[in-house]
Design a protein around this ligand. Structure first.
Ligand code: ADP
Length: 562
C-alpha cells in the first residue's frame, strides 16, 4: 500500500481532526463575540429576554469548544500515531533486506526513535494547527468585513504577518541554526563517546584531564549556540504577541475613528484578539517544520537504500534434511574492489571446513556471502543444487547461521541471552548447550538468572565467546558458521576454547573462520585465503607437507608458544 492509498484510507479521520480543530477555534471566537456582546449589552440594562439568546450562546460555545477540542486531539493523535506506526513498520521492512551492515548504531537508533516521531509532529504540530488557524482567520476577517471592512483589513494584515510571514521567518532561521548546531552536537557526542568508551586508555596515559576539557569546551560551544537559538525563538514569539497587540489597537482605533459604536468596537477587538490564538503557535510550528522535513528526508533515504542482496520474485523453498553447500568460482566486491575472487569449496553434510588466512583475506566476506548479507558479482552458491539466489535470504539465514564476529551480549540474564536463539528451549536443552560450550561451572556458580552487564562487560573474553557458542548451538542451524571464535583471547584461553568448540561441533556441517591453526587437525579440510583468492587447500597433514603460507604460519605459531 502506498502512502497515497493510506492517506485516502485515513481521509475520514483526518477530516474529523481538521474540522474539529477549526470548529473548536471558531467556537472560541463565537464565545468571545457572544460574551462581549452580552457584557456590553447587559451594561445597558435591557429586559432579560433580550439577553437570553446570547446567554444560551455563551453556554453552548463554552461547552462545545471543550468537546470539539477533545475530538480534535483524539482524532488527530489517532491518525498521527497510526502514521508513525506505519512509518516504523516501513523502516523495519526496508532495513531487513538492506542487511545488517548498511546503517549502524546510534544513527539508526536516532532514525528509529526521533525521526519517526517527526511524522507525528508533522500532523499534530504543523498540519492540523495550520488548518485550524486558517479557518479561524478567515471567519474572523469575514466577521470584520460585515461589521467594519477597514478594521477587517487591519486584522487581515496582522494575521498574515503572524500566521504566514513569521512562520516563514522562523522556518528559515531554524534551517540556519540546524546547520550550525548539527556539527556542534556531533562533536559533543563524539567527545562523550570517546570519554566513555576510551576511559581506560585515557586514564592509563593520564590524558583524562585533557579529554574532559575538550568535552567541556564542546559542551560550552553547543550551549552558547543553543542559547542564541532560544533567543531567536523567544524573539519570534514576542513578535507574534506584538503583532496581536498592535492589530487589536489598530482595530480599536479604526472603530473609534469610524464611530462604529461600543458593541461593534468591543466585538471586533475581542474577535481580533481571539483570532490570533490558533495563529500564534504557527511560529513554533515553522521552527519545528525544518526538523520534521529533514527527518522525513532521512527516512526516505533509508527506504531508497537498495537491498544488499537480490531477492527472488518467486522464491524456491528451502530443501529439508541435510544440506550440501557448493561454492563455485565466487567473486564478491566491496565498494567496487574485489574482496573474494574465484573461490570454490564444497561443504557436504557433517563435514567441517576451516578457512584461514591473514587479516583482510576475505574470510568474513565469504561468511557474509553464505549468510546472504552481501551479494556476489559472479560465480554461484548452490544449496542442494538450488541456486541460493532463488531462495529468500531470510530462509537461507534460518539454516545457515552461527557465531558472528563480536557477538553481542544483551543486558539481560544468562538464560534470556541464550533464549534469544531458542525462545521455546527447555531448561534441559539450555543445560545441554551450556555443557557443550563448557560453561556449566560458571553458570552453576553465577546462577542462570544473573544479569549480564551491557555488551557483556561483566564477562571475560573467553566466557563471552563460550556464551555465544552456546547460543549458536541452541539455534542449531543446519550449516554452522563460526567467525573467528578465538579472536582477541590469550593463547591458553584460545586453545581451550578451540578444543571445546571442535568437540562440540563434531559431526556438524561447519565452516570455521580462524586466523590461528592450533587444533585444525580435527577438521576435514582447510582453505587458505589470501587477497580474496584460495592459495592452498587440503587437510592439516597435507598442508604441513607442502611449503607455503600454512606451514610457515604453523611454524611461527609453534615458535611463539614453545
Ligand atoms: P577477513 O575477514 O579475512 O579479515 P574481510 O572479509 O573482512 O577479511 O575483508 C576482505 C576485504 O574487503 C578487506 O580488504 C576489507 O577491507 C574489505 N571489506 C570488508 N568489508 C567491507 C565493507 N563493508 N566495505 C568495504 N570494504 C570492505
Amino acid at each position: 500500500m502506498t502512502w497515497m492509498t493510506w492517506i485516502k484510507g485515513m481521509a475520514g479521520r483526518l477530516t474529523v481532526a481538521a474540522l474539529a480543530g477549526a470548529a473548536a477555534d471558531l467556537f472560541g471566537i463565537g464565545l468571545i463575540a457572544s460574551a462581549a456582546w452580552l457584557i456590553t449589552r447587559a451594561a445597558e440594562q435591557p429586559p432579560l429576554a433580550v439577553l437570553s439568546v446570547a446567554i444560551v450562546g455563551v453556554r453552548a460555545f463554552a461547552t462545545g469548544r471543550g468537546v470539539l477540542r477533545y475530538a480534535e486531539r483524539l482524532a488527530g493523535h489517532d491518525v498521527a500515531l497510526r502514521a508513525q506506526a506505519r512509518t516504523r513498520e516501513e523502516l523495519y521492512t526496508s532495513l531487513i533486506p538492506a542487511g545488517p551492515l548498511t546503517h549502524r548504531g546510534a544513527d539508526l537508533l536516532s532514525r528509529m526513535v526521533d525521526d519517526t516521531d517527526a511524522v507525528q509532529d508533522l500532523l499534530v504540530r504543523c498540519l492540523l494547527p495550520a488548518i485550524a488557524a486558517l479557518a479561524t482567520g478567515v471567519v474572523a476577517v469575514v466577521i470584520g468585513v460585515f461589521l467594519l471592512p477597514t478594521a477587517a483589513v487591519a486584522l487581515l494584515v496582522g494575521l498574515v504577518m503572524a500566521g504566514v510571514l513569521l512562520p516563514l521567518a522562523t522556518a528559515t532561521a531554524s534551517r540556519r541554526w540546524s546547520a550550525r548546531l548539527a556539527p556542534a552536537r556531533a562533536e559533543l557526542a563524539s567527545r562523550v563517546a570517546d570519554l566513555v568508551h576510551g576511559a581506560a586508555d585515557l586514564a592509563a596515559y593520564g590524558a583524562e584531564g585533557r579529554a574532559l576539557e575538550a568535552g567541556m569546551a564542546a559542551d560550552d560551544r553547543l550551549a552558547a549556540l543553543e542559547r542564541r537559538q532560544a533567543r531567536t525563538g523567544a524573539t519570534a514569539m514576542m513578535a507574534g504577541v506584538l503583532a496581536q497587540g498592535l492589530t487589536v489597537v489598530a482595530v480599536v482605533w479604526i472603530c473609534t475613528s469610524a464611530a462604529a459604536g461600543t458593541i461593534t468596537t468591543t466585538v471586533l477587538a475581542l474577535v481580533s484578539l481571539v483570532a490570533f490564538e490558533p495563529v500564534l503557535p504557527l511560529a513554533a510550528a515553522g521552527e519545528r517544520l525544518t526538523g520534521v522535513l529533514a527527518a522525513l528526508r532521512r527516512l526516505r533515504e533509508i527506504k531508497a537504500t537498495p537491498p544488499a542482496v537480490h531477492e527472488p520474485s518467486t522464491p524456491v523453498s528451502m530443501p529439508s534434511g541435510p544440506l550440501t553447500i557448493e561454492i563455485q568460482d565466487l567473486a564478491v566486491h566491496h565498494s567496487g574492489r574485489p574482496a573474494l575472487d574465484g573461490v570454490s569449496l564444497t561443504l557436504t553434510p557433517g563435514r567441517r571446513v576451516a578457512v584461514v588466512g591473514p587479516s583482510g583475506a576475505g574470510k568474513s566476506t565469504l561468511l557474509s556471502a553464505l549468510m546472504r548479507t552481501v551479494d556476489y558479482v559472479s560465480g554461484k552458491i548452490l544449496i542442494n543444487g538450488i541456486d541460493v539466489r532463488d531462495i529468500a535470504s531470510d530462509d537461507v539465514r534460518g539454516v545457515v547461521s552461527g557465531l558472528t564476529q563480536d557477538p553481542y551480549v544483551f543486558q539481560a540474564s544468562i538464560k534470556a541471552n541464550l533464549r534469544l536463539a531458542g525462545p521455546d528451549a527447555s531448561d534441559g536443552r539450555l543445560e545441554q548447550v551450556v555443557q557443550a560450550a563448557h560453561l556449566e561451572t560458571w553458570v552453576a556458580r553465577t546462577g542462570w538468572d544473573t544479569e549480564l552487564g551491557e555488551d557483556g562487560r561483566t564477562l571475560s573474553g573467553g566466557q563471552l565467546q563460550r556464551l555465544a557458542l552456546a547460543r549458536a548451538l541452541l539455534y542449531d542451524p543446519r550449516v554452522l558458521l563460526l567467525d573467528e571464535p578465538a579472536e582477541a583471547l590469550d593463547e591458553a584461553t584460545a586453545d581451550d576454547l578451540m578444543t571445546d568448540l571442535l568437540d562440540a561441533t563434531h559431526g556438524r556441517t561447519t565452516l570455521l573462520v580462524t586466523h590461528r591453526l592450533r587444533g585444525l587437525e580435527a577438521v576435514d579440510e582447510i582453505i587458505v585465503l589470501e587477497n580474496g583468492k584460495v592459495i592452498q587447500q587440503g587437510t592439516h597433514a597435507q598442508l604441513l607437507k607442502a611449503s607455503g603460507y600454512y606451514r610457515a604460519l604453523w611454524q611461527a605459531e609453534a615458535m611463539l608458544t614453545s
